[in-house]
Design a protein around this ligand. Structure first.
Ligand SMILES: NC(=O)c1ccc[n+]([C@@H]2O[C@H](COP(=O)([O-])OP(=O)(O)OC[C@H]3O[C@@H](n4cnc5c(N)ncnc54)[C@H](O)[C@@H]3O)[C@@H](O)[C@H]2O)c1
Length: 354
C-alpha cells in the first residue's frame, strides 16, 4: 500500500490525475490536498468521491505545520504537486498570491517531505518521490523559427506566473542537490479538455460562442501555443511518477502548435456545427483587444526525451480532442453555469466549513 499525496486535485489537471490514479491503482491511497480556491471544484471528482482508496483533505500548502502533520498522519510515501495559482492574467494583477502559493507553498511541501522522510537520515528517502508539475512557460518565448523548448533550454520567464513557477522549479532542484531529496519535474505545454475553469481560453470561448458573447482576442491573435489533451498529460504524469529518473526533468507536449486566431476559428466552427448554426457564423463575435503585457509570442515543446526514454506519446489527435472538449462543455451546461455563477463555491463552503 502506498499513500500518495496529490496537491491541487480539485483543479483542472489535478482532477483528471486523481481520477486516473484512483481507478488505476486500487492498492494506493490517494490523498487529495486542496484549498478549494476559486479554481478548485470538488464537483470535478463526484464520480470517484466515494472510492475507498480516495480521500479529500481541505488545506493550504503554505501552512507548513499543517502539511507536516498531514505527512505524519497519512504516512505519505509520494507527492505529486500540482496546487498553484495558474492564470497569467491574474498574476499580472496580483503577483503576491502567485509568489505565496507557487513559491512558498512549494517550499513548505518540500521542507515537510525532507523532514518527514529524512527523520531517520537519508536512508528514509529510499522509495520516496517528490514530483513537481510545472509549465513550459518557464522557458520564456520562442520566435516563429521552428525551434523548440528542450529540457536544456535556459529559463527565461516573463510573467509573474511563469516567474513563480520557475522559482518553484529551482527550489525543487535545490532540494535534490542540497539534501538528496528524490525529485522529478515535468514542464508541460497548454492543456485543454473537460473541467477547466472558464477563465481560460478554450472553455471561456466555447461558453461565449454558445451565449453569443464577444470573443476577446489579444493583439492580432498571432501568439502560438502548443496544445495537449489533459488526459494525455495525466497519463504522462503517471508514467513519469513511476518510471522517471530521480533528479530528472521531462518536457511534455503534443507537437501541436496553433496560432490563437486559428484555434478560435476551429472552436467557432465546431460549436456552430454542434449547435446547428451555419458553420463559422459566430466569427462575428471575434473582438480584438489590447495585447496582454509581456505576452510571449510562441511556446513549443520538444517531448522527444519522454518519448524515447519512457515511451510516451499523446494518444489523441487534436481534431478529436477539440471535438470531445466542445461536446463536453455543451453537454455539461449545468457544471458551466454553476462555475460561472459561483454556486459551486457556496455549496462546498457549507460542506467544508472551517
Ligand atoms: N493548465 C495548463 O495548461 C497547465 C500547463 C502546464 C502546467 N500546468 C501546471 O499544472 C498545475 C495544475 O494546473 P491547473 O490548470 O489544473 O490549475 P487550476 O488553477 O485549475 O487548479 C489549481 C488547484 O490548486 C488549488 N490550490 C491553489 N492554491 C492552493 C493552496 N495554497 N493550497 C492547496 N491548494 C491550492 C486550487 O484550489 C485548485 O484546485 C499547476 O501547477 C500549473 O502550473 C498547467
Amino acid at each position: 500500500m502506498k499513500n500518495i499525496l496529490i496537491t491541487g486535485g480539485a483543479g483542472f489537471i489535478g482532477s483528471h490525475l486523481v481520477r486516473l490514479m484512483v481507478n488505476k491503482y486500487p492498492q494506493y491511497n490517494i490523498i487529495n490536498l486542496d484549498k478549494l480556491t476559486y479554481a478548485g471544484n470538488l464537483e470535478n471528482l463526484k464520480d470517484i468521491e466515494s472510492y475507498t482508496n480516495y480521500q479529500f483533505v481541505k488545506g493550504d500548502i503554505c501552512d507548513y505545520e499543517f502539511v507536516m502533520n498531514l505527512f505524519r498522519e497519512k504516512s505519505i510515501d509520494g507527492v505529486i504537486h500540482l496546487a498553484a495559482e495558474s492564470h497569467v492574467d491574474r498574476s499580472i494583477k496580483d503577483p503576491f498570491s502567485f509568489a505565496n502559493t507557487n513559491v512558498l507553498g512549494t517550499l513548505s511541501l518540500l521542507q515537510a517531505a525532507k523532514n518527514y522522510w529524512g527523520e531517520s537520515g537519508r536512508e528514509g528517502f529510499k522509495g520516496k518521490l517528490f514530483y513537481h508539475v510545472s509549465t513550459d512557460e518557464v522557458y520564456g518565448s520562442l520566435e516563429q523559427d521552428g525551434t523548440f523548448f528542450t529540457e536544456d533550454t535556459k529559463y527565461d520567464p516573463h510573467s509573474p506566473y511563469s516567474a513563480s513557477k520557475a522559482a518553484s522549479d529551482h527550489f525543487v532542484r535545490a532540494y535534490f542537490d542540497t539534501y538528496g531529496l528524490p525529485i522529478v519535474i515535468s514542464n508541460c505545454s497548454n492543456n485543454y479538455g473537460s473541467y477547466q475553469f472558464p477563465e481560460k481560453l478554450i472553455p471561456l470561448f466555447i461558453n461565449n460562442i454558445c451565449n453569443n458573447k464577444p470573443l476577446p482576442v489579444y493583439g492580432k491573435g498571432e501568439n502560438v501555443r502548443d496544445w495537449l489533451y489533459v488526459e494525455d498529460h495525466a497519463i504522462a504524469i503517471d508514467l513519469i511518477f513511476h518510471k522517471g529518473k530521480n533528479g530528472d526533468t521531462y518536457n511534455i507536449g503534443g507537437f501541436n502548435e496553433w496560432r490563437n486566431i486559428d484555434l478560435i476559428k476551429v472552436m467557432i466552427k465546431t460549436v456552430d456545427r454542434l449547435l446547428g448554426r451555419p458553420e463559422g457564423s459566430s466569427e462575428t463575435l471575434i473582438t480584438y483587444v489590447t495585447d496582454r503585457a509581456g505576452h510571449d509570442l510562441r511556446y513549443a515543446i520538444d517531448s522527444t526525451k519522454l518519448h524515447k526514454e519512457l515511451g510516451w506519446s499523446p494518444s489523441l489527435q487534436f481534431e478529436e480532442g477539440i471535438e470531445r472538449t466542445v461536446a463536453w462543455y455543451l453537454n455539461n451546461k449545468e457544471w458551466l453555469n454553476r462555475v460561472t455563477s459561483g454556486d459551486y463555491q457556496r455549496y462546498y463552503e457549507e460542506m467544508y466549513k472551517e
